[in-house]
Design a protein around this ligand. Sequence first.
Ligand SMILES: Nc1ncnc2c1ncn2[C@@H]1O[C@H](COP(=O)(O)OP(=O)(O)OP(=O)(O)O)[C@@H](O)[C@H]1O
Length: 905
Amino acid sequence: MTSPRSTTTCTARRNPPRRAREPPSSSSSSSSSTVAVAGAAAAAPTQIAPFPLDDLLLPSSSSSFPPPQPYSNTSDASLNLRVFLRVRPLDAAPRPRRNPSGADSKLLRGRSAPRPKVAKGKSGVCLIVNSASSVTLSAPPPLSSTSALLDSKRIKSEVYNGFSFVFPPESRQPEVFDRVMDPLLVDFMSGKSSLLVAMGPTGSGKTHTMFGCPRDPGMVPLALKKIFSYAVGNAARTTDDNFPRTYYISMFEIYSERGKGERILDLCPDGVDLSIHQLTIKGLREVMISTLAEAESLVACGMLKRTTAATNANSQSSRSQCIINIRCDRKSLLDGNDLSLGSAVLTIADLAGAEREKKTGNQGSRLLESNFINNTSMVFGLCLRSLLEHQKNPRKPLQKHFKNSLLTRYLRDYLEGRKRMTLILTVKPGEDDYLDTSFLLRKASPYMKIKYSNLDDFSGLSSQKRSNLTLICPENFKRRKLNDLELAVENCDASANEDSRESKRDIVVDDSEKLQEIEPSQVLNSSSESLATLDSKVGHYDDLYAQLQRVTRNEMIMRNFAKALWQVLKQYKQKLLESEGAIEILKETIGKKDNEIMELQKKLEELSSYSSCQMPLFVEEFSCRVDDQSTCHATRPQTANSDTADSVASSDSRWQNNVEPIEQGSKNVLSRDYGGKNIEFGESGVWEISCPVDLTESANDPLIGSEETCVEAEGVASNDTASDLHQIGHKEEVNNSNTDCSYSLVLESPKHPAKVQCSERLLYEPHGYQEINQEHNDSKGLKSAQSESMCNGSSKGNKGPILANDSKRPLGSDVLLNEDPETKNEFQVKELPEREKHDSTSKPCNVKKSKRRLLPASTMLLKEFTGPDIDTDKPKQERPKASAEGTGRSNGSISLIRLLNALPK
Ligand SMILES: Nc1ncnc2c1ncn2[C@@H]1O[C@H](COP(=O)(O)OP(=O)(O)OP(=O)(O)O)[C@@H](O)[C@H]1O
């Protein structure tokens, strides 16, 4: 640590040294006191007399403002961030400075400082101070008629209020000091760290406010002056505070040279480039000061060293973020102990002002500096905005914007709300400055809503501790360990009463509330220890108390976390139980299904026993019986080569050809079509129609049983309807030998001829065909006619019209069979002209396809047996081919036989 005297001979690195001027004093008395202070301080030791808080709270002599109140004494526990606004005088145009010469002037090397451009004829203002906390910002009138039109809908003026105080242009530095700096000083001397930041566009007066000039000193010189004046004043007094304070100053700037990243420069004499680690800057010199003169000299050297340059907006524009730290350390020197009782730091930051390239006219490296300055300002604003949003909605995480610049990394504690900060915004009220001013006010005015409710930066002085023990927290207790503190307590109080100490420690550790109840006077009376010793003990109890609070807070956090974890585990357990219940139900269902499968397998095994039996031959039968007992009966014979699917197909065709009208007595069957499933009745009467089994359908799929039964009737006469043809009943017959089966309908056609669509498909495994016998049975006399099945060679694939030319038909009628190209199985039956001549009673009919398809129960049952492999709705071509092995019989067919046997007769 360099002594202050050695630092007075500093070497200005960048800016040439200014001519030292006597700092002006507000009054002659203060001036004389300053001199006296300097003289006294020169002879005084480095430790400065204690700082009485009461003196600070006295009305300020330099102004008529009410006495400053320390922020921490405000009744509002969650004090908002204080945001002051200072409006620069409009006519305080920056005076162009002479170009700094010499090697120190790196930034202005090789060119003269440009004169700031002063707008001509624009003397209007855009900012008006309404009250002590409110301003109105008005947009300047548009320059052209076009922009006037465009801007006509814009908001002309905005009111910003809620500022802690608005300093009008005519306000003086001491007024600003009283409002802004004095309360900070009170806190600072009370052991609380704080930060004052000046923000604003370039040339708005930040540096002027913070540092001022020798004739008009700013916040820093005035603060130093006040600190040392009180220190010296109290040194002459007798005071009960035996702990003198020591003050240190450190200064540094963060700058960017030619855009090569951020750098830190120690502004103290002989300072070098530094680096930042966490919140501390490695190698930063801290100069202990004991007099005001030393402090002012040190600050002046630092300001001369600071990087500045001339721009169009400011002849001496700051090109870096400048930070000054004033630290107050308090130590106990009693009993030979050198024990730090805590320290507070007052940080003052003068940020470089945001710049617009258009205004500053910066180019080259100056433009790169502008980028760095604007970027830092933006990051600083982002940090505050994030803090505000986080406080509004704690679910929003506090963004880590501070990582993006060295300045914000250094000020992290303040930007995350752990330490108190004060903002002073500086603006220019000119119309030309409207954009800059508007931007700053819009961005920074919301920061007033930032609250300080959880500060962890309290370091105590003895007087403060005695009055409010619960608020005291050491400045740097984070860096201390509990064991060290206990050891320090023992060292500093070797002569203290052991019992008293133990009891106090127990009080602190066991019950913090009891500690608050201890009156310092009682402690003093009951103990022979000196006040200083007691204070040191209390300070260490505070450390313990802080540790205790931290442990308690951690315990609460862990407890809440455990509770939440327990709830989650309970929910998982409940879900697990539900899943186990569902698994049990599924197991039961599976067991039932297994039983059913077992039963079905047994049935199938029984059915498979039929496989050894000889499969009866196909019998296709068509019978049509009328009410007068006459029966038309057609039987298809078994063909010789019916073991194959082709033979079945051919037999199908023959059967189609075999469809013919049958005339029986007065009842005339005009036509019937097994394949087309159309039967037309020429006259009224009661008809029983027995639809035979369509064995041809079974040819391709032996697994399919009774496929469908469609019955539809409608009258053919013009006025008839389907209701004229009544279905009286039906029956299904299957003989015991399973060789034939039929589905019979009893229909009544009382008035007019009608047509009936009727079909039943019972699918057997093809085995063979018998000869077809057509019989006509009549109760009065048996008329039988046998005919061979006719095959005109058309197969299933034959799509052309088929002329049924069966010479052996009883009535010798020709029927034209048109194969439906879609289904290939349904045919339309039309009578030939010869048939019309032959039968005068016949009428042409309009054959319509069946529109209603009914699945018989047997089909559905068969589906149940055989499963999804059987799909009767599929076209025949898609079904699996039947096994050509005529001897074998599939399970489906066997199941079908059993089903048919089970049908009610
Ligand atoms: N309140 C004021 N009263 C009188 N003069 C002022 C006031 N504020 C600023 N000025 C003058 O305006 C000029 C620019 O001020 P200053 O250098 O402080 O601006 P700045 O905001 O620090 O700019 P930059 O960000 O570029 O450093 C200075 O010459 C200063 O004397």
